[in-house]
Design a protein around this ligand. Structure first.
Ligand SMILES: [Zn+2]
Length: 117
């Protein structure tokens, strides 16, 4: 198993049952497919001056943050088309607490904790 694959499977294991249910839903499949048709390039590579085909649609902010704010994770305003390397980097930054945003809301049960960067 190479390092990237190992890292990806570690990240994938962090998904909750709820995450898996959401990301395997028809609603998400349709919404993300529609977004990728309209935004076929990786937004982060584009910012860095590279043209890379997006392979997936990512939530910014995180889906759990949106849910905590009472916003819909199916709202395309929070979608970003990304390539796989950019997505993996984004996830590992979030998990190590190096998110680019100033604050991250993390939902633990019914409690919402706000961490300011
Ligand atoms: Zn990219």
């Amino acid at each position: 198993m190479n390092k990237n694959r190992e890292r990806f499977s570690q990240l994938d294991r962090n998904k909750t049952i709820e995450d898996r249910a959401f990301y395997s839903s028809t609603a998400w499949a349709q919404a993300s497919k529609h977004h990728r048709i309209n935004n076929p390039l990786c937004i982060q590579c584009k910012r860095a001056g590279r043209i890379t085909a997006a392979t997936l649609v990512h939530h910014n902010p995180d889906r759990r943050v949106l849910m905590a704010r009472g916003e819909s994770p199916l709202d395309p305003a929070y979608f970003e088309s990304l390539c796989t390397p950019c997505h993996n980097r984004e996830l590992s930054q979030r998990q190590s607490g190096c998110d680019n945003s100033n604050s991250i809301d993390i939902v633990l049960g019914n409690q919402i904790n706000v961490f300011k960067g």
